[in-house]
Every structure is written in C-alpha cells, then in structure tokens.
Design a protein around this ligand. Structure first.
Ligand code: SF4
Length: 94
C-alpha cells in the first residue's frame, strides 16, 4: 500500500514531463519565432516608410520656406506631406 502511494507521484511526474516538455518547447520556440517575425516586420515597415518619406521633394524645392508657420506659400496644406510627392509646382533650388 505504501509502495503504491509512493509510486503514484512518480508516474504522475513522468506523465506531466511527457506532456509539459513538448508543450513548453513549442511555446518557447513559438515566442522566439513571433519575436523575430515582429522585429523583421517592424524593420521592413520602417524601411518602406522611410523610402516613401524620402520621395517628398519639398526640402529641395525653391518654394520651401523652412518655417513651421508657412512651409510653402504655394501649397501650404500639402507641404512636407505624402501629398507633395508628385507636386506639379516643384522647382529645384538654385
Ligand atoms: S511647391 Fe510643392 S514641392 Fe515645392 S515646397 Fe510647395 S508643396 Fe513642396
């Protein structure tokens, strides 16, 4: 009787180990994979966003005032925004 009571926890522990070890392995590597995927996605989105921002021509335009109160007298609403990417009034400085 005493031997059976001592044997039950050992069986239970081995059963829990058989179930928990693969589950924890999958969860741990899943978290690592999700973290890497998240970082990769953030870097890719940041690079795509930076590429779009570099297409805004206002900083090299002769009408750009570099004054936050009136950035551009011709198109003040779209200056330094994505709407200015194909601005028809762009003229290079100098
Ligand atoms: S004219 Fe167009 S490109 Fe030039 S500063 Fe104004 S919005 Fe930007």
């Amino acid at each position: 009787m005493v031997l059976q009571l001592m044997a039950l926890p050992a069986q239970l522990i081995s059963l829990v180990q058989v179930v928990l070890v693969p589950v924890c392995f999958v969860l741990a590597w899943g978290i690592v994979g999700l973290t890497l995927w998240n970082v990769t996605t953030a870097v890719r989105d940041g690079m795509a966003r930076a590429a779009v921002m570099h297409k805004i021509p206002c900083a090299e335009c002769r009408y750009f005032t570099n004054d936050h109160r009136l950035k551009c007298p011709i198109h003040p609403m779209i200056a330094l925004s994505e709407s200015a990417i194909d601005c028809n009034d762009f003229e290079p400085q100098g």
